[in-house]
Design a protein around this ligand. Structure first.
Ligand code: NAP
Length: 328
């Protein structure tokens, strides 16, 4: 099998904890040929983990002939420039979510498939590949729970001192709207859009409970889809004593309940005339599957699922909620 020679740009939490384990499962597909981090200890450590050379300036990585594609995992405000420079250098691009720091950047990036038609452009939005979300989509499409009329997603957690994300300087001093609501909430929005289509934000309210983690850390938003499905999404990052991540999809004949605890995703289908079904998944498969999609797009010319256009729409939807709350 032809291997894609991959350059890693940014060797922080996502690189070590999420992308590297996925790449290790796909050693037939990817070979890491160069690593970049602007601070040497982190570059060196990651380079030793993948047995590849490292550079401190990503432009040096982009000049290399042995890099076909890049995996960008940088502070969000650098996504636009790094992705643009990589495409100009002729590299396929997978960039972490949220796609960019401003709507203008996101919209420009949404046109990159036309500007760089021979290169693959993909947002690493792993919720688009999450097995529980895809199962819920299949169940909705099968009609077994009837017509979906309402969805409710409660995502309550606490950024405690032992959570690495709470200490990332670029997250706390975010140079993009919404702070954790954008960085974390964009996942849920991508999943809701995968399940239901476009979301028209009807109302939103934001709160700042712990100003140490950014300008705001809590949002309740309501929305409606073109099919008239009404929904509510609660995304709370300073919820003390209550930790829950549960999506409830209500249909006229039954319901789907999707909950996640660490990397375990549980999907339950239930209703008065439905024999209860339970499905369990490993959420970390979503990272492997996004890399598989990237690989097949590069080697077989297929369209990726998580396009820049979808990433831009996810960004815009969260932004619309922030605007509705007067927080952007
Ligand atoms: P992080 O730990 O801060 O990693 C970013 C890395 O980029 C750091 O190692 C940083 O080095 C380095 N860096 C900063 N500026 C650079 C530059 N100009 N050139 C080269 N390297 C530079 O952040 P993270 O948590 O990994 O997040 C990175 C991205 O992944 C974000 O887009 C985030 O939203 C996304 N993410 C996605 C998921 C998911 O589930 N899909 C989860 C986590 C994160 P220093 O720390 O030394 O400055």
């Amino acid at each position: 099998m032809q291997k894609v020679r991959l350059g890693i740009i940014g060797t922080g939490i996502a690189a070590k904890k999420l992308h590297l384990p996925a790449l290790r499962k796909l050693e037939d597909c990817f070979e890491v040929t160069c690593v970049c981090n602007h601070t040497e200890p982190k570059a060196k450590e990651f380079a030793s983990m993948v047995d590849a050379p490292y550079v401190l300036d990503y432009n040096e990585l982009l000049k290399r002939d042995d890099v076909d594609a890049v995996d960008i995992m940088l502070p969000v405000e650098l996504n636009y420039q790094a992705a643009t420079d990589s495409l100009r250098a002729g590299k396929h691009v997978m960039v972490e979510k949220p796609i960019a720091a401003t709507l203008e950047q996101a919209r420009q990036m949404a046109d990159y498939d036309k500007k760089y038609p021979s290169l693959v452009t993909m947002v690493a939005e792993n919720f688009r590949y999450a097995p529980g979300i895809l199962k819920a989509k299949d169940i909705i499409s099968s009609g077994s729970i009837g017509d979906v009329y309402s969805v409710h997603w409660d995502d309550f957690g606490l950024m405690t001192a032992d959570v690495a994300y709470a200490h990332t300087r670029w997250r706390i001093e975010h140079k993009y709207p919404g702070g954790f609501i954008m960085d974390g909430g964009v996942h849920n929005i991508s999943a809701l859009r995968t399940l239901l289509g476009e979301l028209d934000i009807k109302s939103a309210k934001t709160l700042s409970i712990n100003p140490d983690i950014g300008e705001i850390d809590s949002i309740t938003m309501t929305f409606e889809t073109p099919d008239g499905v009404f929904g509510c999404f609660n995304d709370y990052f300073s919820s003390n004593g209550f930790n829950e991540n549960r999506l409830v999809i209500l249909g006229t004949k039954g319901s789907v309940i999707l909950s996640r605890h660490k990397t375990n995703e549980l999907v339950v289908v239930t209703g008065t005339n439905i024999a209860e079904q339970k499905y369990e998944f490993d959420y970390s498969d979503s990272y492997t599957d996004e890399f598989r999609d990237f690989y097949h797009a590069i080697t077989q010319g297929r369209q990726v699922i998580s396009t820049f256009q979808e990433g831009a729409k996810d960004f815009e939807t969260i932004l619309n909620a922030l605007k509705a709350a007067g927080a952007a």
